[in-house]
Design a protein around this ligand. Structure first.
Ligand code: ADP
Length: 399
């Protein structure tokens, strides 16, 4: 019994310094090792401990950097494990694929189908899990998305899938509008050239003999040719505005009072012919803008106000200085625009009454040019019209 008691006391006494040394390791204190034999172990463990702590800090920092990058990415990023569960998803991917803002934890560890159930997404992920990269385009929540899924391969085995989602709405819509534009341009050009060719052919074959008929036919050819020229000029203008990126150094000081007066003066003969009276009111300080484009814009607005007016009608051009902005208002007493067409008149080649517009030399590009010039100047445009009463178009431009 005594031996047992003594051996326990002795063991405790011998172990205590080792325990103290172990505690000291945790608390970064001096080793306190009473046994010199332990010192090499203690310093080795301490060095390893330090190394582990350093590596932990580096990993933490890397994780944080990666988190910042993925959180601020405009592209959606989704990592899926080989058992089809979400490993990681960034806020952009949540927003694009679910159409709402939600917390990452709502999806982490769950099957990827709770994020998105579209067929395209499913096909891409399935192909990637089989080791093949796949991409697809699909529309959702009014946007067009391009999804790329690639397998994550380690040790010749698929460990999961990386999915990148890009919002290509703007790009695809621009492509579509470019395609539509080319189709419309070809159609418009072909129509004009076909009628010119038709009239010329009839004259060539001797079907038109009297002097009066010749005059009528050549008048029609002339009119169509003028329309063709106007159309080509508008197309060139429109593509020039569209292609020139906004350049701050190309902006000059523009006096809109002078500019409007000059435009109205140049349109005076047209207005007289149409029996329309032109008025200019108000005065504004100079703004920073591209003069040629602004002149084009005012010209198109005033020309429309005259063209689509009634005999003895009026056109008022009013300039107002409106706290940081300039308001340009062109108001007429013309035929007005039906409500259903009001949102469409700024589209290229859209005309309310195609035959009337053609007859008076319209190309359907005038208001489209106006819209582009306004956007180029970071302004906005609004239209107010009542059928049979008149139209008012207001443009706001930042000073
Ligand atoms: P267009 O060359 O045919 O005038 P625009 O793009 O300038 O083409 O205008 C598009 C259409 O909008 C016109 O065809 C016309 O039907 C309508 N419109 C434009 N301005 C007016 C206006 N002030 N009053 C009535 N209709 C207008």
């Amino acid at each position: 019994g005594l031996a047992l008691f003594l051996s326990r006391r002795l063991t405790k006494w011998m172990i205590r310094p080792v325990e103290r040394a172990a505690r000291a390791l945790d608390h970064d204190e001096e080793s306190g090792a009473t046994y010199d034999e332990l010192t090499p172990f203690v310093s080795h463990i301490r060095a390893q401990d330090q190394q582990i702590n350093d590596q932990k800090a580096t990993l933490e920092q890397e994780r944080e950097t990666l988190g910042i990058i993925t959180n601020s990415m405009r592209e959606g990023l989704l990592l899926i494990s080989k058992d089809k569960n979400v490993v990681s998803i960034n806020p952009s991917a949540i927003h694009m694929l679910t159409g709402r803002k939600a917390d990452v934890y709502e999806f982490q560890g769950h099957n990827y189908l709770i994020v998105n159930r579209t067929r395209e997404m499913h096909e891409c992920v399935t192909a990637a899990l089989e080791g093949n990269s796949r991409d697809a385009v699909f529309s959702m929540y009014g946007k067009i998305y391009h999804v790329y899924a690639s397998p994550m391969i380690r040790l010749a085995e698929v460990q999961g899938v990386v999915v990148i989602v890009l919002d290509e709405t703007q790009q695809r819509l621009a492509e579509r509008s470019r395609r539509e534009f080319s189709a419309n341009v070809s159609h418009e050009l072909k129509t004009a050239v076909t009628s010119i060719s038709g009239y010329a052919e009839m004259m060539e074959s001797g079907m038109v003999s009297s002097m009066d008929d010749i005059r009528t036919f050549s008048g029609s050819i002339h009119k169509e040719a003028l329309r063709l020229i106007a159309l080509i000029e508008d197309i060139i203008r429109l593509s020039r505005i569209e292609e020139s990126p906004r350049q701050a150094d190309e902006m000059e000081s523009v006096d809109l009072n002078e500019l409007c007066a000059a435009v109205l003066e140049s349109l005076d003969p047209v207005a007289k012919k149409a029996k329309v009276c032109l008025h200019l009111d108000g005065s504004v300080p100079p703004i920073s803008g591209a003069e040629a484009m602004l002149s084009e814009m005012v010209y198109n607005l005033c020309e429309n106000a005259i063209k689509y007016n009634r005999p003895d009608g009026d056109v008022w051009v009013t300039l107002t200085d409106d706290d940081g902005e300039i308001e340009l208002k062109v108001k007429d007493t013309g035929i007005g625009i039906p409500e259903e067409s009001q949102v469409r008149v700024f589209e290229r080649f859209y005309r309310v009454d195609k035959s009337r517009s053609k007859q008076i030399g319209g190309t359907g590009l005038g208001l489209s040019i106006v819209k582009h010039v306004v956007e180029y100047h970071l302004g906005r445009v609004e239209l107010d019209s009542t059928l049979g009463v008149g139209t008012e178009i207001r443009v706001w431009l930042p000073k």
